[in-house]
Write a protein that binds this ligand. Structure first.
Ligand code: SF4
Length: 345
């Protein structure tokens, strides 16, 4: 049997694997020490783990691999965010973005190498899908960035390369690992999963006991405009998406749903867009997170000015729902929303 990638396992699964190999005769201590070493000390080899007896190392090495993705480059931006570029063992490239949030750090991670959904405003979509990431490849983004930057990541957003709900099993396993008590100990509430609208997966999520938050890429509230910007709408219609969002909202009473709206000059900042928001976004409490477009070469779309966005969002204020404007972190270093993978085009 091949070695099991350690970084993709929850502590219970590490216990299970050691038990199955008859290697837990000295109790669960080995599993916990190894887990803390990899997820807390960011050890890259079992033999590097402080406090772990060297006699135990061969047992771990006979059962698990500690594979790593390869850090290729780091690009800092003026706002202190950093874009990390990783190469996977098959040569595919993924990116993560470390984002300062008040006194804490969030990490935007990739769930796929490339993406099949082809949103018009997104560089990753222009690459196309290379493949899904394994759970350990998602976790290793967090471990390597934490180690390199010397920070404790306090929140994770699945908003990097890929559509997380098209790699559901690996993403949910990664979330279990991120929340593990002997590992990174992230509350599921600190994990956000952004989806372009994979309707059946949203319904499954709403019916599950997952405690992470879903965030929805609405992009535009005018169905025809959204269809032009997001080809996924040909498969899952606008109203089906809204029904799925309502089901999700019903599964989380008293909590607002976050809708991401892309501000695009000449396209999504008109009177008709405000009317569509009023007409369609009913029946659930939401926050509208307005993200000014980050320019991507070849998209044919134009970024709005700050004043333009401010004026338009001011007109939303009387409508009675919270509106946030989020200028993307790291825009100057191609680390903003929709820009990941732009250097691969
Ligand atoms: S915005 Fe998200 S879903 Fe759309 S192409 Fe980009 S990575 Fe894929």
């Amino acid at each position: 049997m091949g070695l099991i990638p350690f970084k993709g396992l929850h502590l219970d699964e590490v216990h299970g694997a050691l038990q199955a190999g008859g290697l837990l005769e000295r109790g669960p201590l080995i599993a916990e020490q190894a887990y803390r070493g990899v997820h807390g000390q960011f050890a890259q080899r079992f033999s590097d783990i402080r406090g772990l007896s060297h006699r135990k190392v061969p047992r771990l090495e006979d059962t698990f691999s500690l594979d790593a993705i390869s850090l290729e480059s780091v690009h800092g931006a003026d706002d202190r965010s950093r874009r990390y570029v990783f190469r996977l063992r098959d040569g595919a490239v993924v990116e993560s973005v470390l984002i300062p949030r008040h006194a804490r750090w969030s990490l935007c991670v990739s769930s796929q190498a490339g993406c099949a959904l082809g949103c018009q405003f997104c560089a990753t979509g222009m690459i196309g899908l290379k493949r899904n990431l394994e759970p350990w490849e998602i976790i290793d983004q967090v471990l390597q960035v934490s180690r390199h930057a010397g920070v404790r990541v306090a929140g994770i957003v699945f908003m990097g390369m890929g559509e997380p709900l098209q790699n559901e099993v690996a993403v949910f396993q990664a979330c279990r690992v991120l929340s593990c008590r002997e590992g990174l100990q992230l509350s599921p509430r600190k994990i956000q999963i952004s989806t372009a609208g994979v309707v059946p997966a949203i319904h499954r999520f709403a019916a599950s006991d997952h405690r992470m938050d879903l965030v929805f890429s609405l992009v535009s509230a005018v169905p025809e405009k959204r269809a032009a910007l997001m080809p996924i709408q040909k498969k899952y219609g606008f109203h089906d998406l809204l029904d799925a969002i309502r089901a999700y909202a019903d599964s989380r009473p008293k909590r607002h749903v976050t809708l991401e709206y892309i501000a695009i000059r000449g396209l999504t900042l008109g009177d008709d867009d405000i009317e569509a928001i009023q007409e369609h976004l009913v029946g659930f409490p939401f926050i509208l997170n307005v993200i000014p477009l980050n320019p991507v070469a070849g998209s044919g779309l134009e970024a709005p000015g700050r004043e333009e966005v401010r004026e338009w969002t001011e007109r939303l204020r009387p409508l009675g729902f919270p509106v946030k404007v989020r200028f993307s972190a790291g825009q100057g270093r191609l680390a903003g929303c929709g820009q990941l993978g732009a250097t691969l085009l």
